[in-house]
Design a binder for this molecule. Structure first.
Ligand SMILES: [Zn+2]
Length: 442
């Protein structure tokens, strides 16, 4: 995703929105929302907010997900222990996945009366099978299976919960859309909402004042095993991301991108490329593209000696240029260029061998005294450290606008690199960076 272009677009949208805001009084806005909610429940009429992200028919605390005791224990344990970032990839627990990626399933006969909802279920199943190695089989005698029911609202358990009588996925009134069924199937396959990732505060802000009372739990963070383990970039376009207005009591945002309140969150009607990649990674699907994995700046899989720079400021050595690193006994948690901050400084990461790079994330320096970040940078790649090629079509990338927000830039064309070089072009106060690089083996 190219945020630079998007930002310009947002300025235009902002002016239009501002005019609209001046014209519309708060009262008429609320009335409009009520009308939209009523229309949501007409079968076949796509709602303005996904039905799974609305309060109707859903569990107050968890929204459209239900957690089995095992999964609940897993996620709350993660919270209690406050695991350090670099250990977060450690937990793997295959029992919450469907073995061999096979999901036996049944569709309740009540859907005979709701053919469009049944069609949406079939379409979603077909889509998951098209983009991954997951396979659905009509249930014969399997003990554990998915059962599509017409319950109250749209909801699902997270992962396989091994209950008798079929693990329900509710496709209730107003839920009969392929994207809603896909969303609920993704839960059943083991995915939480993207905005529950432990690192979401670097990307989005929760607006607590706007959340409907009792629904605060939907904005919880988890340090759960499965999403963390996949180490994909934070994906605001994910089908699994809550939209900006989810569980809002007043029509205002409950969740906002740190880059600005007008950045669209969720609201996708298809699985994003990163959703697909994560699914294929979780189920070890071979032969399906899955190229959005962190190479290990954050997890320390990339070693200190693989990170170099043109110069550095004392106590801000290159090896600290790791996304989400904070000040500790081992350093001040960022790379900063030497004293004379000027053009031509660079940070360089050796990926160890040739890799295919699909995206990068950057952050500034977290500091209690002098905040500093890189606002724009260029990225280049090399196979031998001597010949460098511009990456990202040679474009200057929008990097950061404060010290802590992380900004993800997806490469318009993936590129092959052993070495990736970041060249700050504009910055605030000083040249400082924390980065992560995403991709796969070349
Ligand atoms: Zn959900």
């Amino acid at each position: 995703m190219n945020y630079q272009g998007v930002k310009f677009m947002f300025i235009e949208i902002f002016i239009v929105m501002l005019l609209k805001f001046i014209i519309a009084t708060p009262v008429s806005r609320v009335q409009m929302d009520i009308r939209e909610e009523a229309e949501t429940f007409k079968e076949g009429n796509r709602p303005s907010v996904p039905p799974w992200a609305q309060a109707h028919g859903l569990d107050k605390f968890e929204g459209d997900i239900k957690l089995s005791k095992n999964v609940a224990a897993l996620v709350t344990e993660g919270i209690r222990k406050k695991k350090p970032l670099k250990d977060r990839g450690a937990v793997t627990n295959k029992i919450y996945q469907w073995s061999y990626g096979i999901l036996p399933y049944e569709i309740d006969s009540i859907f005979d009366n709701y053919p469009s909802a049944r069609q949406a279920i079939w379409d979603a199943i077909t889509e998951v099978e098209r983009i991954s190695c997951i396979r659905f089989r009509p249930r014969t005698s399997e003990q554990y299976y998915i059962r599509f029911i017409r319950g109250s609202g749209c909801w699902s358990y997270v992962g396989q919960v091994q209950i008798n009588g079929g693990q329900p996925i509710s496709i209730g009134s107003g839920c009969g859309f392929i994207e809603t069924v896909l969303h609920e199937i993704m839960h059943a396959l083991g995915f939480f909402h993207t905005n529950s990732r432990y690192d979401r505060d670097s990307y989005v802000t929760v607006k607590e004042d706007n959340i409907m009372q009792g629904y605060e739990g939907n904005f919880q963070k988890y340090t759960h095993a499965q999403l963390d383990r996949l180490e994909a970039p934070y994906d605001m376009t994910s089908l699994m991301h809550l939209p900006r207005y989810a569980f809002s009591k007043n029509g205002f945002n409950t969740l906002e991108a740190r880059a600005g309140g007008l950045v669209v969150l969720g609201m996708s009607t298809v699985l994003s490329e990163i959703d697909k990649a994560q699914l294929n990674l979780l189920y070890s699907c071979t032969g399906y593209p899955s190229c959005y994995k962190a190479f290990g700046m954050e997890s320390f899989q990339i070693l200190d000696n693989q990170i170099t720079a043109s110069s550095y400021k004392q106590y801000y050595e290159p090896h600290q240029a790791r996304l989400h690193l904070t000040a500790s006994v081992s350093g001040n948690g960022a790379w900063c260029a030497g004293q004379n901050h000027q053009q031509g400084e660079w940070l360089q990461v050796d990926l160890g061998r040739r890799k295919k790079v699909t995206g990068i994330a950057t952050q500034g320096k977290m500091d209690y005294f002098i905040s500093a970040w890189t606002t724009n940078l260029k990225v280049s790649s090399s196979l031998d450290r001597y010949t460098w090629y511009p990456a990202f079509s040679g474009k200057m990338l929008s990097a950061n606008f404060d010290m802590n927000s992380a900004q993800y830039n997806e490469a318009p064309t993936p590129f092959i690199a052993r070495y990736v070089r970041f060249e700050p072009k504009y910055w605030y106060n000083e040249i400082c960076l924390r980065v992560e690089i995403y991709g796969c083996d070349a």
